[in-house]
Design a protein around this ligand. Structure first.
Ligand code: ZN
Ligand code: ZN
Length: 861
């Protein structure tokens, strides 16, 4: 055999897999043997670095492993090609988005190929292709018909740099998720999806996702943000209803003022013509310019202004002054918040600032010590000491937010806190003052984008008929040619300027109509791509692209058995997709409620940045990007794969170290030599299948280690994808193999067993070199077809050795230890022997000499 030369073999195996159709699948297996392995498809953003490589390589390991376990594996790939990244980059590079996307797809596809990741390319999708977005538009219509898509004039999050509206999920820490610009607010007519109608189901069904990381489920639950409480019907003095939502109805008797959000529609009416009008409206104007995020931040300065008006608290008919406060948000509850300064910290701070009354209605349980809240100096919120009640409003230095007993609360006085909430709700309901209700933090999903590079929203506006959906037969509503469009965003969709595109006829009456010029957020494109993958391109075209997916194929393949991707999608893609699938389920288009049975979120590959000196996620701006081309050129793709997998547990972030990569290459060189050196010796031998009793010790050790390694690698993959320890186990086998040396020549069957196991166990990690070695071992390709090696539990059992113990050179005892026990364990076992203790008596042990597997000599004074 020649020396290991990845350049020579990798391209050859890539071509072989292509020609063989190794990763093409047509789903013939029984359904319990199908396995849909999906790695999140990428934005065709250009070149990929080795950090990006991690999740595709992990996906490929799973695909190949499952294939070797006899599963029918669907492993598809495609391109999330619509959206801001493509359009922004196209503008920057002075290229048309479609051209930019096409070029990047070609180079990324080539990169996947060079990594040796196996996909069924017959199923490739490109979300920006009209034959695909036709059905994205169809999904919009499904929602529209079900009353789940609506247009509303509303203040929305706005990215001043991307010049488009953003969904709440796209605003991270007050910034545009895409470009990092600070998000502002803007009033626009926009399209929304009623994801809020599915809030409860999205929350409840998280319980079905027991193979999802806990962190992702928690993030979704928090984002949905269910809280139970009550709607309480306050009213204005003239009887106008002013409902509020509260999670603490048990504090209703402690309300001393009411806060309205600056956007609240009542305000203008309340102050109209009064002497406070100017001041109040000016305050509202100022507060509305503050970021929502900042306004809801606990640390931000609470500000407000009195409207001069009052409302009536239904439980005690008290007049409550109506204020406008910057921390009251229109999006939460009803935009009106009852204020109980004694038991809510924000209200407390506000009351202190504006000198509003504080009324204690929850007393700490008698005799129980409570947190020091009476302190008059020092920093707010710091726990100083515990004291006991009763609370007096004038002594409080912060709100008392803990459990206790209701006081000064009319008929409810004396009720302890946990019971207080449901009892007050019952009280409100019997007296017609409100009812128990549930509130959610999640808002409707803003799907309008004022950009060119997306699927046009299939709606026209007719003078006669108003808003009319484009019928399915007329889909896709194609984008006008790029050359007709001026891209740079100016706050309005660039499509609005393409007159001949905007002007159309009404599908209902045939009269003049105008097209909707907003496009759909690219998040909708990625809500269903895995359904499209269940058909090959030929199958899609066979029916003239007459359906989004084939129901039979979807029923067979779905749900996705294993989804792999980044945790950054937790409340974006992963939440949206669950929502859309539930809608498709309700509409009878699919038969499952949850699209992804198992989810794996990989850690990031980091590298020390030469600019900051810190360990950071790979990125161009940090100057710490490693190109796969360079690594493949120097060591081969298998080395890059092996290093990527060996660098740490795949769930965790890991550090890429350039000088450590060569270690992975050296190991592959060693495996290559193992096969090369023994190729002729094992030519006629079959893999050893005996029970070990006929083997000389060195061969027996290799035989046992082989079975142990198969067990270890299998367990590491099955239990928690510990690819790094699995690889380490094969390295150990290689060491045992080397240690056995020449002695193995007499046991060609064991040699073959060990070498074939090594090659098969390594295949999912390093597919090219193992295909080559499998062939060198005298087999037809592919090693995938050879299946995963089996281990024999009995063969894994450790052998025990009897070791003589000498004390001062005289044989005194014998102990039994596992054959591979480390020196330290043998030493301890020797000293712990009862017979040895007896012999030594009180004498001091000076030295213990251990000759591994042979003898222990204890020297005493
Ligand atoms: Zn932006
Ligand atoms: Zn019409």
């Amino acid at each position: 055999m020649n020396a290991y030369d990845p350049k020579q073999i990798e391209a050859r195996w890539q071509a072989w897999w292509d020609a063989d159709g190794t990763f093409q699948t047509d789903g013939g297996a029984p359904r319990d043997r199908k396995f849909y392995c999906l790695t999140m498809f990428p934005y065709p953003s250009g070149t990929l670095h080795v950090g990006h490589g991690r999740n595709y390589i992990i996906g490929d390991v799973v695909t190949r492993y499952k294939m070797m376990r006899g599963f029918e594996v669907l492993s598809p790939m495609g391109w999330d090609a619509f959206g801001l990244p493509a359009e922004n980059a196209a503008i920057k590079n002075q290229k048309l988005p479609a051209t930019w996307v096409r070029e990047n797809i070609a180079s990324m596809k080539n990169q996947f190929r060079r990594w040796g990741v196996g996909y069924d390319w017959r199923r490739e999708v490109n979300t920006s292709a009209p034959d695909y977005y036709k059905w994205t538009q169809w999904i919009f219509l499904v929602l529209y018909e079900r009353g789940l898509a609506y247009r509303r004039h509303a203040p929305v999050n706005w990215c001043p740099s991307c010049q488009t509206g953003l969904a709440n999920e796209e605003v991270v820490d007050g910034r545009c998720e895409r470009c990092g610009a600070e998000a502002t607010q803007k009033d626009l007519p926009q399209w929304f999806f009623r994801i809020t109608e599915y809030a409860q189901r999205l929350l409840e069904d998280l319980a079905l996702l027991d193979k999802w990381p806990e962190t992702v489920r928690t993030m979704q639950a928090n984002w949905i943000g269910r809280s139970e409480g009550a709607r309480v019907d306050f009213r204005l003095e003239d009887g106008t209803p002013l409902p509020i939502f509260t999670t603490r109805p048990d504090t209703l008797w402690g309300v001393t003022f009411m806060s309205l959000a600056p956007e609240h529609p009542l305000i203008a009416k309340l102050v109209a013509g009064t002497k406070r009008e100017k001041e109040v409206l000016a305050f509202c104007e100022r507060a509305r310019r503050q970021e929502t995020v900042a306004r809801s931040d606990a640390a931000v300065e609470k500000e407000g202004v009195w409207t001069g008006a009052y409302c009536i608290n239904p439980v005690n008919d008290e007049k409550v002054p109506l204020w406008v406060a910057n921390y009251a948000l229109m999006e939460y509850g009803t935009g009106a918040v009852m204020a109980v300064p004694a038991h809510d910290q924000r209200d407390f701070e506000f009351a202190k600032k504006y000198n509003l009354p504080i009324r204690v209605v929850i007393q700490p349980p008698e005799g129980q010590e409570i947190a020091e809240f009476k302190k008059k100096e020092g920093s707010q919120g710091t726990l100083i000491r515990f004291v006991s009640g009763p609370l007096r409003a004038e002594e409080m230095w912060s709100a008392y937010i803990y459990d206790g007993v209701m006081v000064e609360s009319g008929a409810m006085t004396g009720t302890p806190t946990p019971d207080g909430i449901p009892e007050v709700i019952r009280y409100l309901q019997t007296h017609g003052m409100g009812e128990g209700t549930v509130n959610y933090r999640i808002r409707d999903w803003l799907i309008s984008r004022q950009r060119y590079w997306g699927a046009p929203i299939p709606i026209v506006y007719c003078v006669q008929c108003g808003e009319v959906p484009v019928p399915v037969e007329a889909l896709p509503v194609k984008l006008p040619p790029e050359t007709a469009v001026e891209f740079p965003p100016r706050g309005e969709s660039p499509l609005a300027k393409v007159k001949e595109w905007v002007e159309t006829t009404c599908p209902k009456c045939g009269g003049a109509a105008r097209r909707e010029t907003d496009t759909l957020a690219q998040w909708l494109c990625s809500c269903w791509y895995f359904l499209r993958f269940t058909m090959t391109d030929a199958e899609r075209r066979a029916g003239g692209n007459a359906r989004p997916f084939d129901r039979k194929a979807v029923d067979y393949w779905m749900p996705v058995d294993q989804y792999i991707g980044g945790v950054e999608h937790a409340v974006l893609h992963l939440l949206y997709t669950r929502f859309i699938c539930k809608v498709l389920y309700d509409a009878g288009h699919v038969g499952f409620r949850e699209p992804f049975a198992a989810l794996f979120t990989q850690g990031m590959i980091c590298k020390q940045s030469p600019r900051t000196g810190k360990l950071e996620k790979m990125s161009k701006s940090k100057g710490n990007v490693v190109s796969p081309d360079a690594v493949i050129e120097a060591y081969g793709a298998d080395t890059q794969r092996l290093y990527t997998l060996f660098v740490g547990p795949p769930q965790k972030d890991a550090e890429w170290q350039d000088d450590a990569v060569v270690g992975a290459r050296r190991f592959l060189d060693r495996v290559w030599r193992h096969v090369g050196e023994h190729q002729s010796a094992i030519a006629g031998a079959a893999p050893y299948a005996g029970n070990g009793s006929d083997l000389p010790p060195e061969a027996k050790a290799v035989w046992r280690k082989t079975h142990q390694t198969i067990r270890k690698v299998t367990e590491d993959i099955e239990q928690s994808w510990q690819f790094n320890t699995a690889i380490a186990a094969v390295m150990e086998l290689s060491n045992t193999f080397t240690a056995a040396g020449e002695a193995l020549a007499e046991a060609p069957a064991v040699l073959r067993l060990a070498l074939e196991a090594m090659v098969r166990l390594l295949h999912p990690f390093v597919p090219h070199v193992t295909e080559e070695l499998w062939q060198a071992l005298g087999h037809e390709p592919s090693v995938l077809a050879a299946g995963w090696p089996e281990f024999d539990e009995a063969a894994c059992a450790e052998e025990v050795l009897e070791i003589p113990i000498q004390v001062n050179g005289k044989l005194r005892a014998r102990i039994t230890v596992p054959a591979d026990a480390p020196e330290e364990a043998v030493r301890e076992a020797a000293l712990a022997s009862d017979r040895v203790k007896e012999v030594i008596g009180g004498a001091a042990v000076q030295k213990v000499i251990v000759i591994p597997s042979r003898l222990v000599n204890i020297v005493v004074k």
